[in-house]
Design a protein around this ligand. Sequence first.
Ligand code: PEP
Ligand code: CO
Length: 447
Amino acid sequence: MTSTWTPSSWRNQTALHQPEWPDSGELDLAVKQLSQLPPLVFAGEARDLTDQLARVCRGEAFLLQAGDCAESFDTTADSIRDKLRVILQMAVVLTYSGGMPLVKVGRIAGQFAKPRSSATETQDGLELPSFLGQIVNDVGFSEQERRPDATRLLTAYHRAASTLNLLRAFTHGGFADLSQVSTWNREFVASSPTGERYAQMADEIDRALRFMAACGINSKTEPALHEVDFFTSHEALLLNYEEALTRQDSLTGDWYDCSAHMLWIGERTRQLDGAHIEFLRGVKNPLGCKIGPTATPEEVIGLCEALNPERIPGRLTLICRMGADRIATGLPPLLAAVRDSGHPVVWASDPMHGNTYTAENGRKTRSFDRIVAELTGFFDAHRQAGTWPGGMHVELTGDSVTECVGGGDGLDEAALEEAYETMCDPRLNGRQSVDLAFMVAELLQQD
Ligand code: PEP
Ligand code: CO
C-alpha cells in the first residue's frame, strides 16, 4: 500500500474486475467529462450517514441496506417508487419491533457495475465478454451489445442523478408519511397467506400511531413522521468512475466519493494490497466491505486497520455473506477477533450472496428459507459473542417478480418462469421482502 493517498493512487495497485475498454481515448474522454460534472451527493450528507451508522455501531440503531443487484438504465419512475415503498415498509416493521431507529440505505442511484465470476460467456460456440452491468455493456448477447462502451459511464451518472432526484422528492414530499406506510403494511397483512402471523404486530403499529395522533403528534406537527432520511450506496467497482466523482470538501478539506453516500467493496475485490482498498481508504464516506466464507480473522482485522485506522465508529460496515450452512462456524471467530481488537464496526448480514443456486430449469435462484436461516445464524452468532447484529443487506425489488423461491406465497421453482426479470442475481419481490422484515422483526424482538 502506498503511504500517500491521492484520488489516483489506486493506479499503482492491481485493480481486479475492471473492464477491458477497447478504446482508451473514449474512456479518457468520458472520465474527463465526468470529472467536470457536479457531485451527486454532498459531503455533509455522507458525514450524517457516518453519524447514524455510529449509532448502529453502539447497538442503538439497525441498518437496512436494500435494492437491486444491478440497476437498469430503463428503470421506470413507478419501479423506483415501488422499491422505495417496500424498503420503507420493511423499515417501519423493523423500527417498531426493534424499538430503535432504522438507518435506511438503498442499493440504488448508482448500482450499475457488476463483478462476474467469468470474464467471458459462451453461447452456441460464440464467446463474448460477460455482461458487466449497464455502466459497461448491455445484457443482450451480441458482439455490439457486449462491447464495453465508455460513454455508458456518463449515462450511468445521469441515470443516478435522475433516480436520486426522484428519491429526494419522494422522501421529503409526503410519499414516505408514516401513516401511509402503515396502511401499506396492513394491506400486505390482509392479503398474505402468512399475514395472520403478523396481524398483531401490524395492529400494534396502528395503535401506536393512533395514540400519537390522539396526543396531537401527527405529520403536520412532527416533520419526522412525514419525511425520512434515505441514503444511496453501490459497489465501488469501476475505479475510473469513482475517481472522477471524488471531490475535496470545501468545508473540511477531506476527500469524498460523491457518487453515493456509502460505497462498498465486493467480496472479489477486497485484497488488502489491491486497488479497491487503496482507493476507498482515502475517501471519508462510510464504507462497507463484503466478508465471504473464506475470510480469516487476520484478513478481517487487516481490513479494519486499512479502512478505519482511526477507529471512527460508523466508518466501516462489515457485510457478511457466508451462506446459511457456513455462518455458524464461519462467523464466530471473526466476531471474536474484531470484538477483541476493539475496532468499532457495524456488522450486517447479506443473506443473499452465499445462498444462490441453480434451479432444475436452469434459473439462478435463492430460497426464502435459506435466507431466513442465514439471518437466524447471524443473530445467534452475535448473541453468543455479545455483539450487536447491526443490520441486513438484501437484494429486492418492489416489482412482482418471481426470482426467489418460497415466502408467504409459496413460490416454487416452476413459478420462476412467470416473471423472471433480473439482469443479474435473483431478488426478493415486494411481498417476500415485507415477509422477511416481519421475520427479522421476530428475531430482533428476541434480543
Ligand atoms: C453484490 O452485492 O451484488 C455482490 C456481487 O456481492 P458479493 O461481492 O458479496 O459477491
Ligand atoms: Co448480487
